[in-house]
Design a protein around this ligand. Structure first.
Ligand code: ZN
Length: 528
């Protein structure tokens, strides 16, 4: 009965994945043109997408074995006997994780900001020479830990530590080793390096897990060199065709003709034979440790974010068309002033976002023809709207449409035309409830020994503001994420920082979550 339920869940999950893929990263044609009269926009609002919850196949069983005999270092036990207290005894070492993280950052270190050797940022663009070097380092390190290593057609790297059961999908810990051109030492890097340290802890304590446990480094997560974010986990999930990915051309400064991803994968020797596909290379689950990249944990003096999902967002190009005319001779009542109109639209979008507890951002704003004493005939700007709930985001879009129409009819902006073009539509992501529960139990356990833990909880549930590889793995396997504090919330910046203690705390939560999920697989009969 339970197995048939699981099968049904997998079929449902596959269906959900296929459906979701159609709405992701698709460049859509002009969605709405507003030419004036009130109500002109009303019936052309963009459809919302439902918040999709991954079906849950079984309730989480708390890890058993409440024995109080404490630490059992360097004894051989199987997960059958590895109960709560033994899982709790396993911790990732602060110094070892910090040293290995900074060792990996020798490849691509850039943008010095302090005197210490670790006080630099990173410029390790996907598939460049420094990325090849860190990949070689990753493969060497994983082999030294006794892992089976391989890479696929997108250059995604896999390191698998065997479990008791062979030929079953592994639980994977994944993130990315590529960075922004002016990036830091933690975004993505922490998740991969923590994964390797987790495997080291399992080795040193002779822990034999039921199923295999592995680490994955996803190629070009940042989308900084090849302009598609998380493209290689997207290919693995079947959401992005491999030809589309291979043909992406570099956008960062380069010599000669921009190179494609495929050319660069071949050049550095990381275009594998194995298909980049969940079908060929399935996971039992995917856990991603990542820095928060925002200020919430630090502001609330908390240590761990238990990430339950990722907020929805939509990106638009907005074009306002009016008329260029002389600044000195055109009275205010006779103008079609697109800059004034667009400026008021930004203020209106901000008010809509505030009202719904969402976010509104304009990062690009251009006016034509661009002279001091002429009104611009055309103003273009981008609009990025976000909310944790799809239906509220749809309401925000509708209210912005109505407000923009109204503004285009008023005062010196009267008669302007507003044109909306949808660039990206990314629905909210809800992570798997069992994975979230495994992270939550682990966070509660790891934080319980910290100073201050007796008076308050040092972790909290969170929604991610940014997209990650986990959004794609979530389409194909149970997934969740763990956040660590980020100094001043600063990321994508050389000074990005998470203390060695907080990194290790996050890695220990990752370790506990993976072991709990492995136990869950055994308890619910995944291996029968
Ligand atoms: Zn990242």
């Amino acid at each position: 009965m339970e197995r048939s339920l699981q099968l049904l869940c997998r079929v449902l999950a596959a269906f959900i994945g296929t459906e979701q893929e159609s709405g992701r990263d698709r460049k859509l044609p002009v969605a709405l043109i507003c030419l004036g009269g009130p109500g002109g926009c009303a019936d052309k609002g963009l459809a919302s997408q439902d918040l999709r919850r991954r079906p849950s196949s079984a309730a989480v069983t708390p890890p058993g074995g409440q024995s109080s005999d404490g630490l059992q270092h360097r004894v051989c036990f199987t997960m059958g006997s590895l109960g709560q207290s033994n899982i709790s005894a396993l911790r990732v070492d602060t110094t070892e994780l910090a040293e290995s993280l900074h060792e990996s950052c020798q490849y691509g270190a850039a943008h010095r900001y302090g005197k210490l050797s670790t006080e630099t940022g990173m410029a390790r663009l996907s598939l460049d020479d420094s990325d090849k070097e860190v990949r070689d380092w990753f493969m060497r390190t994983a082999k030294s830990l006794g892992c089976k290593t391989f890479f696929d057609q997108m250059g995604n790297l896999f390191a698998i530590r065997p479990g008791k059961k062979e030929n079953v999908p592994p639980i994977m810990m994944g993130s990315h080793l590529d960075t922004q051109p002016t990036g830091g030492r933690y975004d993505g890097i922490l998740g991969v390096l923590a994964g390797l340290q987790v495997l080291k802890v399992l080795n040193e304590n002779s822990v034999e897990t039921e199923g295999p446990i592995g680490v994955v480094n996803w190629t070009n997560e940042e989308g900084a060199r090849f302009p598609k974010m998380a493209v290689s986990s997207g290919v693995w999930a079947g959401a992005i065709p491999i030809e589309t990915a291979w043909e992406l051309r570099e956008v960062t400064p380069h010599e000669g003709k921009p190179k494609s991803m495929k050319e660069e994968l071949e050049r550095i020797g990381y275009k594998g034979e194995r298909p980049a596909s969940f079908d060929d290379n399935p996971f039992a689950a995917h856990f991603e440790l990542h820095i928060e990249q925002g200020p919430i944990l630090e502001d609330e003096d908390l240590k761990i974010g238990v990430v339950e999902g990722v907020q929805a967002f939509k990106w638009f190009d907005i074009t306002v068309r009016g008329r260029d005319s002389h600044a000195g001779t055109t009275p205010l009542y006779a103008r079609k002033d697109t800059v004034l109109s667009a400026a008021r639209m930004l203020v209106a979008a901000n008010a809509v976002a505030k009202k719904h507890d969402g976010l509104s951002t304009t990062g690009i704003f251009n006016a034509d023809p661009g002279t001091v004493n002429t009104m611009a005939h055309t103003t273009k700007f981008t609009l990025d709207l976000r909310h944790v709930r799809n239906e509220v985001l749809a309401t925000m879009v509708k209210e912005c449409e109505d407000e923009f129409c109204r503004i285009a009819q008023e005062d010196s902006e009267q008669g302007c035309e507003v044109e909306w073009s949808l660039l990206v539509d990314s629905p909210a992501v809800q992570f798997n409830e069992e994975c979230i529960a495994a992270v939550e139990q682990s966070a509660s356990d790891v934080c319980s020994t910290l100073p201050g833990a007796s008076s308050r909880k040092l972790w909290r549930p969170m929604i991610s503001g940014a997209g990650h590889d986990s959004c794609y793995t979530n389409l194909r396997c149970p997934t969740s994420m763990i956040f660590t504090p980020t100094r001043q919330g600063i990321s994508h910046n050389p000074t990005e920082y998470c203390s060695a203690e907080d990194c290790a705390l996050g890695a220990s939560v990752l370790l506990g979550a993976v072991l709990r999920y492995d136990k869950l697989r055994l308890d619910r009969g995944d291996f029968n």
